[in-house]
Design a protein around this ligand. Structure first.
Ligand code: KG4
Ligand code: ZN
Length: 346
C-alpha cells in the first residue's frame, strides 16, 4: 500500500520538497524562497530563478527527508509540478524527480500546479465533494468544479492579468516593494475601501472568466490625475483597489457555487493569504450557508506539500507519468500531428 510520497515544486521562485504520508499528514515541508533575489528587480527574473533552483533542489530534498526522519529509500512515489510555470524552473524539478524515481524504481506522477493549490485543502480539512475551487495566485486566477480528489473541471479563468499580478503591478506603480500583494494588504488595513470606485470587471457577468487588467489601467489614470499620493491617500488607494479585486473574486465564486448547487468552496493560492479576501469570503459564504475552506498561509503560497498530497491520490488511483514527462509553461490543449488534440496531462 502506497504511503510515503515525496513532493517536489519548482514552478516559479520557491524551490520546495515535502514528505507526505497517506496524502494527508505532512511529515515535512521545506521551502527555499528566492524573494530576496528577485526583490531588487521588482518581479521574478526567470533565468536567475532557474539557476537558483539548480543550486537549491538537492539541499531542499535532503532537508525534507531529514525533517521527516525518513531515508530516500523509504519513499514510495514521487510527485512533481509539471506546469504551468516558468519552463526553465519546471525543468529543474521534473529532471530531478525523474532521476530519483528511476533510481529508486518507484512511480512518478506529474502534477498540475493549479490543481495542487486546491489540493492543499486536503492537508488540513475533510473537504466534501463536489466543491468549487478558486485558485488565486501570482500567475493565475481560475475557477474549478472539483468532483473528487483528482477530478478538476475548469469553469473559467482570467482573460488577462491574474489577481496576484494585479496586486503586484499596482504595488510597483505605487512604489511599494515586491511581492506587492503583501504590502497592499498591510497598508489597506487602515484605509477607506469605498474611497475610490475602481471597476469590478465581469463581476456580474454569466461567464466564470475574470479580467483584472482594466483595474490596473484605472489605477494608472487615477495616479496621472492624482500624482504623489500622501500616506492617507495611499491607504485609500490600497484599500479601494484591494476591495475591487476581492469583491469580484468572492461574488464570482459564490455565483459558481450557486449555479452548480455546491455547498462547499476552497480558496487557495498566494492571494488567499489576503486578509480582506479571507474576511469577506467568510462573511459572504456564511450568509449563503456555504462551507468555506482556506488552507493555512504556508500552504497557500507555493509549497511541495500540496504537490505530494495530490500526487498521493493520483498514484493511489493507478495514474503515473512516463519518464518522458515534459513540463509545460501554460495550460492548453496540444495538437500533435497524427494524434489530434491531446491534453497536457502526460
Ligand atoms: O501562489 P503563489 O505563492 O505563487 C504563484 O503560483 O504565483 O502566489 C504569489 C502571489 C503574488 O502575486 C503575491 O503578491 C500574492 O500571491 N500574495 C498576496 C498576499 N500574499 C501573497 N496578495 C494579496 N494579499 C496577500 N496578503
Ligand atoms: Zn502557485
Amino acid at each position: 500500500m502506497l504511503s510515503l510520497v515525496l513532493g517536489i515544486e519548482s514552478s516559479c521562485d520557491e524551490t520546495a520538497a515535502a514528505v507526505i504520508k497517506d496524502g494527508r499528514t505532512v511529515l515535512s515541508s521545506a521551502v527555499a524562497s528566492q524573494i530576496a533575489i528577485h526583490k531588487e528587480f521588482g518581479g521574478v527574473v526567470p533565468e536567475l530563478a532557474s539557476r537558483k533552483h539548480v543550486e537549491n533542489i538537492i539541499p531542499v530534498i535532503i532537508e525534507a527527508l531529514g525533517k521527516a526522519d525518513v531515508e530516500l529509500t523509504d519513499i514510495e512515489g514521487i510527485a512533481v509540478t509539471k506546469g504551468p510555470g516558468l519552463i526553465g524552473c519546471l525543468m529543474v524539478g521534473v529532471s530531478t524527480a525523474k532521476a530519483i524515481a528511476f533510481s529508486l524504481g518507484v512511480p512518478l506522477i506529474g502534477i498540475d500546479h493549479l490543481e495542487a493549490h486546491l489540493a492543499a485543502a486536503y492537508l488540513e480539512h475533510d473537504v466534501p465533494f463536489p466543491f468549487i475551487g478558486l485558485v488565486v495566485s501570482g500567475g493565475h486566477t481560475s475557477l474549478y468544479l472539483v468532483k473528487s480528489h483528482i477530478e478538476f473541471e475548469l469553469l473559467g479563468k482570467t482573460r488577462d492579468d491574474a489577481a496576484g499580478e494585479a496586486f503586484d503591478k499596482a504595488a510597483k506603480l505605487l512604489g511599494l516593494s515586491y511581492p506587492g500583494g503583501v504590502e497592499i494588504d498591510r497598508i489597506a488595513k487602515e484605509g477607506d475601501r469605498d474611497a475610490i470606485p475602481f471597476p469590478r470587471p465581469f463581476k456580474t457577468s454569466s461567464s466564470f472568466d475574470f479580467s483584472f487588467s482594466g483595474i490596473k489601467t484605472s489605477l494608472v489614470y487615477y495616479l496621472k490625475k492624482n500624482p504623489d499620493p500622501d500616506q492617507n491617500q495611499l491607504k485609500e488607494i490600497c484599500a479601494s483597489y484591494q476591495e475591487a479585486i476581492v469583491e469580484t473574486l468572492v461574488e464570482k465564486t459564490l455565483a459558481a457555487a450557486s449555479k452548480n448547487r455546491v455547498k462547499a468552496v476552497v480558496i487557495a493560492g498566494g492571494v488567499a493569504c489576503n486578509s480582506r479576501l479571507r474576511e469577506l469570503a467568510n462573511e459572504r459564504f456564511e450568509e449563503e450557508g456555504i462551507s468555506l475552506f482556506i488552507p493555512s498561509p504556508k500552504y497557500c503560497t507555493d509549497n511541495a506539500a500540496m504537490i505530494g498530497a495530490l500526487g498521493f491520490y493520483r498514484l493511489k488511483e493507478g495514474e503515473s507519468s512516463e519518464l518522458r514527462l515534459t513540463p509545460y509553461s501554460i495550460s492548453r490543449p496540444k495538437y500533435i500531428r497524427g494524434r489530434g488534440l491531446v491534453s497536457d496531462n502526460n
